[in-house]
Design a protein around this ligand. Structure first.
Ligand code: FMN
Length: 423
């Protein structure tokens, strides 16, 4: 450990370096019978769509993230009855003909611009903890967005595992799960301290050190900004249920009811409550046959090259270690793909269903159908213990409009989402 810098202000010693740590308690997670509806991945090109149908209307499908398009999108979202804008955290994309996720606004800029053009919705900034970025900088920037937005912002903490991104930051990575989540744990404790402390603090962690550190303005959310995490492994879920408020997950290999129950039980062991958030890809219309036609076109035109790049570069992003056992076939991810032969398989080694699920929405839960069917499925997931829905659309502007005009009125007619919330 480096010696205390001589000109550091005196600081209160951090009461703990690892969680659970909830100074002032946990934030309120919203009313009952409310499905928290987020627009996900608005800040990256193509969102979750790796299908070449994006090329048929690039402006609204590929380039919705560009400010000339995302400014009106965020304004529409603000008055739509949906609850928040959730960023995708990303430093590299996956190419292919569609240039999947190649272009994006960073978490800091995306947070600030969302705060400036909206009045109501929640704003989730997605940050990575592994790239040697100091908690002081992240706390300062996120507290400023929280202040500008009148306390509407929260933070989605990602223990990223993209080797190409580690290399961009000059590091070899990713570290093993236990280290990634130990770093996340320290980062989270440090952020909570800086957001809430009215005194300078000293924090002498294994991964982060701060001496006499203090920010002003502090976050104005009470008691602090809502924290989201997107983990899949048991170690990751353990960290998230100890330190975060919403867990952004997929339910591969288990039912949503089972996954949600498992997560709620893990949180209860720490006397905490969390909201389970499901990533969903939505294609909807009045007419089921129109939905079926579009879904079929998307399936037929999956950008194989982009998907192959994603599997090689990003690794087992959805579930590195499902249900406590290391069941993931390593030959499907990372550099091992080259020797396993998976890249030569017509479905990239994933099977037809897996290939289509990833190509259609990065493994998101598929909500394909009429407005009534989509609303009913959302309610069914809510009744299974899911409280938040990170929705992604082929055309985000159209998707948010459909939520506003068609789906939310159905939810309301069934006694849900009577009042819009923010976080
Ligand atoms: C629903 C969901 C959303 C995710 N979003 C991101 C993201 O925005 N940026 C990112 O780098 N990783 C993202 N990930 C990857 C996870 O943070 C995580 O690293 C991955 O699921 C592997 O799980 P593990 O970290 O518990 O091993 C996401 C994962 C899931 C399941």
């Amino acid at each position: 450990m480096a010696p205390r810098p001589p000109l550091a202000r005196p600081g209160l010693a951090a009461p703990t370096l690892r969680g659970p740590f909830d100074p002032g308690g946990q934030p309120d997670l919203g009313p009952d019978k409310h499905l928290h509806l987020s627009l996900f991945a608005w800040n990256v090109s193509n969102g979750l769509s790796a299908s070449k149908v994006v090329l048929d209307d690039p402006e609204s499908r590929q380039n919705a993230w560009q400010w000339k398009n995302s400014e009106p999108l965020l304004r529409l979202l603000d008055g739509s009855g949906m609850d928040s804008a959730l960023q995708y955290g990303m430093w590299i994309g996956y190419g292919g003909e569609v240039e999947w996720n190649d272009h994006h606004y960073d978490w800091a800029t995306a947070g600030a611009i969302t705060a400036a053009v909206t009045q109501r919705i929640g704003i989730f900034q997605t940050i990575h903890i592994g790239y040697n970025i100091s908690p002081m900088f992240i706390a300062k920037q996120t507290a400023s967005v929280n202040h500008v937005s009148g306390g509407r912002s929260g933070v989605n903490i990602v223990a990223g595992q993209n080797a190409v991104d580690y290399a961009q930051f000059g590091m070899e990575g990713p570290p093993p799960q236990d280290i990634r989540y130990a770093i996340a744990d320290e980062m989270t404790t440090a952020l909570k301290l800086l957001w809430t402390s009215d005194e300078p603090v000293d924090f002498e962690g294994e991964y982060f050190q701060m001496y006499g550190a203090q920010i002003s303005p502090r976050a104005i959310s009470s008691p602090r900004p809502v924290l989201v995490n997107a983990a899949a492994s048991t170690i990751g879920l353990d960290y998230a249920t100890r330190q975060c408020d919403a867990l952004f997950v997929t339910a591969h290999g288990e039912s949503w009811a089972h996954k949600a129950q498992r997560i709620h039980e893990m949180a209860a062991e720490h006397n905490r409550k969390v909201r389970v958030a499901a990533m969903c890809y939505v294609v909807m219309d009045d007419d089921q046959s129109k939905v079926d036609d579009l879904v079929e076109q998307m399936r037929q035109r999956i950008d194989r090259e982009a998907l192959e790049n994603w599997l090689t570069m990003s690794g087992h992003i959805m579930a590195s270690e499902p249900d406590g056992a290391d069941l993931v076939d390593k030959g499907l991810y990372g550099l091992d793909r080259q020797s396993s032969g998976a890249a030569a398989d017509p479905y990239l080694g994933l099977g037809k269903e897996g290939y289509e699920e990833l190509g259609m929405g990065m493994g998101a839960y598929q909500l394909f159908g009429t407005y009534e069917k989509v609303a009913d499925e959302l309610i069914a997931l809510y009744n299974d213990g899911v409280g938040q829905f990170a929705l992604c659309f082929l055309d985000p502007m159209k998707g948010v409009q459909q939520m506003k005009e068609r789906v939310i009125p159905i939810l309301q007619s069934k006694g849900y989402n009577e009042l819009a919330t923010s976080l």
